[in-house]
Design a binder for this molecule. Structure first.
Ligand SMILES: Nc1ncnc2c1ncn2[C@@H]1O[C@H](COP(=O)(O)OP(=O)(O)OP(=O)(O)O)[C@@H](O)[C@H]1O
Length: 243
């Protein structure tokens, strides 16, 4: 079954196309990589899928349902979660508070009054445990290392139990040991049934982790296939090297 399909998606900024006629299909249950040179439209593509910006034309279908122009909240509710290139956590909230705010079932005032739902807190602790940061639950997010903040951001996204998870440069600014942990987590979460779309510049990570790789150049896919094919595709070398 198809998880996500974009049809002829297009978005320009000031007349300059960032995403241009992008038709992409993600199959359910795969780890998909999205690679391409700087400025090729990967983050814009994420923003279009998650409703953070609206396309000029084209459609986004999730599980065969048209979600084009839905609000980010509605799209998250439909089962699509995402992390950001520059990790987004609430710096002055604790790790556990970040997790509880993420589900939006806990209103901020109740949270700060310590009235949060015990069941949700237990679920949050289980995710923190899987990320290996459960010992930090009372620390303020700003006191975590950047890599730990990225794990917290991913854990917070998982609180909403998304079926499709978009990761924007999960390895950026993260040390090699933590990259290995993120790869292992993605593979485990995928084995449990979640589909991934991962924008990443670390080619070893992409080629080792993904089942399917999509290559963007100038706002649209120019190649797609298993890592072994993409690695040797002359169009990909050309896009990166500009030869
Ligand atoms: N809000 C915006 N306003 C104007 N131009 C934008 C905006 N967002 C993106 N762009 C432009 O759109 C193009 C695609 O940018 P985008 O960030 O999507 O690429 P990317 O592939 O994610 O790049 P990188 O790998 O460097 O993160 C770039 O030329 C960029 O300058």
């Amino acid at each position: 079954m198809t998880s996500l399909r974009t049809e002829d998606l297009t978005k320009s900024f000031g007349g300059v196309p960032a995403v241009h006629g992008a038709t992409v299909e993600l199959r359910d249950g795969q780890v998909n990589g999205l690679i391409g040179p700087n400025g090729s439209g990967k983050t814009t593509f994420f923003n279009l899928i998650t409703g953070m910006i609206r396309p000029d034309s084209g459609r986004v279908l999730y599980r065969e349902r048209d979600i084009t122009r839905h609000t980010p909240h509605r799209i998250a509710h439909a089962g699509i979660g995402r992390t950001f290139q520059l990790c987004r956590v609430f710096p002055r909230l604790t790790v556990l508070e970040n997790m509880l705010v993420a589900v939006r079932r806990t209103r901020l005032r109740e949270l700060l009054a310590g009235l949060h739902d015990k069941g949700e807190a237990e679920r949050a602790r289980r995710w923190l445990h899987r990320m290996g940061i459960e010992h930090l639950e009372h620390a303020e997010a700003r006191d975590l290392s950047y890599g730990q903040q990225k794990l917290l951001e991913l854990a917070a996204v998982l609180m909403a139990e998304p079926d499709l998870v978009l990761l924007d440069e999960p390895a950026g600014g993260v040390n090699p040991a933590l990259i290995d942990r993120i790869v292992t987590l993605v593979r485990e979460l995928n084995a449990e049934g979640r589909t991934f779309l991962v924008v990443e510049h670390n080619m070893d990570m992409v080629m080792g982790m993904c089942d399917h790789v999509i290559v963007f150049d100038r706002g649209a896919p120019i190649a797609a296939g298993p890592p072994s094919e993409i690695r040797d595709d002359p169009r990909v070398l050309e896009a990166y090297l500009g030869v």
